[in-house]
Design a protein around this ligand. Structure first.
Ligand code: PLP
Length: 376
């Protein structure tokens, strides 16, 4: 097993707490514990015994999560440490369970976790692209049809998409489900940006369209709670969920007790609505800053407006490698962006706009300062 470097996570891990202006984050400004608790007594949190919680997440937490999926109960959910563990165990299980099916098809561009894990576990990994048609990012359904076969164990999508912020609608999701069903493949639908839509319309979940789906999600992005490290897998198949729980015995055993407790607070209906509203307000406000900046710098950037997530993928006109550009920005301007090459998108940068507005303005100004001089 050869694990290739997860370049995006490495560069963020190394620099996000070092630079002055971090525009590499894909979620919104994290909430403070006190903001999450609101008027609720802090006593119940402090009274918590720091033992092991129920290892697949408390029943109360799984019940709250299950309310987001039509017909689901707590048994359709297993709680994980972030969407990262959810993606890991889901991919691992599919590859090891269906040995006669050694191929994964992954929507690109994408967060490259499943791509890396798939290769490390020896699967053949094939792309299925979202294509820029000049006004939108559109999934190449024909490419998926041509690539899929009885050898495919998993089709992995990310909706809303990281890094483009594109959202696939009902028809596109149904088309993907039908193509997967034709060959009996599973779909892994990473929905961590669900709830973070600029127009306020919740992205439909693949859970509603296909029996053989593993939906992964977390509180990290749309809820602004990445430090809780709470994620989950939801599937119509309770047996598979039970089996995935057994996989987490080998990875992290359980979520943390405090995180389980705080996640219950976050997902109670009133709080959930308040949190999602906060996220969408930040997104709309900060996107107008980026939009204005893009308009003022039309000779440098082309960008399709995102529909979800606190991210957009901009193509730049200067002849400079995206990784080199990002390292120059770190060194010369103390700004961190995500290089397009870390999503297999050369000549692009991913801009995270969900954090502090003043930092966003300063960071964006610095990017232009570096790109404008003809020395680049
Ligand atoms: C598409 C996607 N899935 C999963 C993750 C992992 O998120 P977490 O483990 O914080 O929930 C990320 C993080 O950026 C992501 O962008």
């Amino acid at each position: 097993m050869k694990l290739e470097r997860f370049e995006l996570e490495r560069i963020q891990s190394e620099w996000e707490h070092v630079v002055k202006y971090n525009l590499s984050e894909s979620g919104v400004e994290p909430m403070r514990v006190i903001e999450l608790l609101g008027n609720q007594s802090q006593r119940s949190l402090l009274d918590n015994k720091l033992g092991y919680p129920q290892t697949n997440g408390s029943i109360a937490l799984r019940q709250l999560i299950s309310q987001q999926y039509a017909g689901a109960t707590a048994d359709n959910i297993t709680v994980t440490n972030g969407g990262a563990e959810a993606n890991f165990v889901a991919t691992w299980r599919c590859i090891q369970e269906y040995k006669e099916r050694n191929e994964l098809i992954i929507q690109l561009p994408n967060y490259m976790q499943i791509w890396g894990i798939g290769k490390a576990f020896g699967a053949r990994v094939k792309p299925f692209w979202l294509r820029n048609n000049g006004s939108a990012w559109v999934p190449d359904i024909e490419e998926l049809k041509n690539s899929i076969s009885k050898k495919t164990c998993l089709v992995a999508i990310c909706n809303p998409n990281n890094p483009t912020g594109a959202i696939m609608g009902l028809d596109q999701l149904k088309a993907i489900a039908e193509i997967a069903e034709d060959v009996g493949a599973w779909v892994l639908s990473d929905e961590v940006y669900q709830g973070a839509e600029l127009d306020g319309k919740t992205t439909p979940s693949m859970f509603d369209f296909y029996d053989k789906v593993l939906v992964t999600n977390s509180l990290s992005k749309a809820y602004g709670l990445p430090g809780l490290r709470v994620g989950w897998i939801a599937s119509p198949s309770k047996d598979v969920i039970f089996d995935l729980w057994a996989h987490t015995d080998y990875t992290s055993i359980a979520p943390s007790m405090l995180s389980d407790t705080l996640a219950i607070v976050a997902l109670k209906q009133k709080n959930r609505e308040r949190i999602i509203k906060r996220t969408r307000t930040i997104l709309r406000n900060n996107w107008s800053v980026v939009e204005h900046w893009l308009r003022n710098n039309g000779e440098l950037f082309e960008c399709i407006a995102p529909k979800g997530g606190a991210i957009c993928l901009a193509k730049y006109s200067r002849e400079i490698d995206s990784v080199e550009l990002v390292y120059r920005l770190i060194r010369e301007k103390s700004v961190l962006l995500a290089p397009g090459d870390h999503f297999l998108m050369p000549q692009h940068i991913r801009i995270g706009y969900g954090h502090n507005e003043q930092h966003l303005v300063k960071g964006l100004e610095s990017v232009v300062e570096l790109l404008i001089p003809t020395s680049v």
